[in-house]
Design a protein around this ligand. Sequence first.
Ligand SMILES: Cc1cc2nc3c(=O)[nH]c(=O)nc-3n(C[C@H](O)[C@H](O)[C@H](O)COP(=O)(O)OP(=O)(O)OC[C@H]3O[C@@H](n4cnc5c(N)ncnc54)[C@H](O)[C@@H]3O)c2cc1C
Length: 403
Amino acid sequence: MTLTHDVLIAGAGPVGPLLACELRLAGASMLVLEKADDPHSPLKRLPFGLRGLTMPNIEVLDRHGLLDAIAAPSAAAGAAAHWANQPRRPGGHFAGIQFHLDKVDRSAWPERPPGLPSPPLAVELERVELERVELALGARAEALDAEIRRGVAVEDVEQAEDGVTVLAGDARYDAAWLVGCDGGRSVVRRAAGFTFTGTEPEFTGYSVEVELADPALLRAGRHHGPAGMYTFAPPGVIAMVEFDRGAAHRVEPITAENVGAMLRRVSGVDVVVTALRQATTWTDRAFQAGVYRRGRVLLAGDAAHIHSPLGGQGLNLGLGDAADLGWKLAATVRGDAPANLLDTYERERRPVGAAVLDWSRAQVALMRPDPGSRALATIIRDLIQTSDGASYVAGRVWRMGPA
Ligand SMILES: Cc1cc2nc3c(=O)[nH]c(=O)nc-3n(C[C@H](O)[C@H](O)[C@H](O)COP(=O)(O)OP(=O)(O)OC[C@H]3O[C@@H](n4cnc5c(N)ncnc54)[C@H](O)[C@@H]3O)c2cc1C
């Protein structure tokens, strides 16, 4: 096999380009193949593209000199957030239950490198725009001479002893290694024979921008109702979950009528949606690959693990995978890595992924509209008001504890 690159990366979401940067910095040659022609999408911009960053990833992005490029204009981000105008500043949430910055005790957390924003300033970086993250990482990768080839969809993968071949249309690409960063419905994962198991969804989530006949009928903020939970940022940005076992996800057409019916079921309020501007659906399906490496093929990001967006961990988990894998794979390519170095990628990152899946499952359990979950949520709400409770949740959400 004639190898054209050390590493092929499938997918240029946020994870593929960060991996490309790490590989290029360590001297590996690589090529990113991306299905989409256009990196831009309204779903990656505010309000739907709102993402949070954990402290380890703020450090990684700072090392690449990207914090200024990705920091969202806070006014725009703030306007999209229902909690922006509260008298006490919230730092995040668990199952929709907010913790407040004035209760977070940071004294037990390790020191961070000087010059880095630390909470509460870092909380500004809790509100970044996915498109800006992707574009900044893509530009950085290209500045490091990484090529991102757009409009190329990986269709199949063949492994040999000395390399791996990617098939895309009529083209074949041969490299020593392939990393699937091609998202939750990863073709690489399926084609290379990885198992992917976990728990099926309990709900369908909707992120929508709508016009309402009478917006005053709905209260701003986060609320529970008879069939689920919703968050309303007037005049028309709504995130809601309905406990329907994921039945509506990618099945029901997303129409104004359909979104209105769901909103009435979830809120118990007789609102009418008159127009639907944008909409996307998601679920709490929580699945993880059984291994992160099969021969010369590895997985990172959503290709390796999917879960609900509750608590904003998916992007962070994926960036953490890329930061961990990049230098190890580059050292393996160079031939100066100990024999088992690459195995430590799965050993270190798979348990972190499993913990995040459980963190998201625990939130789902607390959000169910049944009396037991509502009673438990009342107790958790009280605990999160304490300094210990707020510090524990903040530490998990921001990953402020020992790395
Ligand atoms: C509503 C919502 C809110 C969220 N909020 C947060 C949050 O606040 N914080 C957080 O950390 N995470 C959040 N997430 C999760 C986060 O966005 C994802 O975990 C993250 O984008 C995953 O990055 P990725 O690069 O692994 O995959 P993706 O972003 O899915 O990128 C995969 C890329 O691969 C490409 N691709 C797919 N198939 C192929 C193929 N066959 N060949 C070539 N290319 C291919 C795709 O076009 C895409 O560009 C949220 C997710 C949703 C849905």
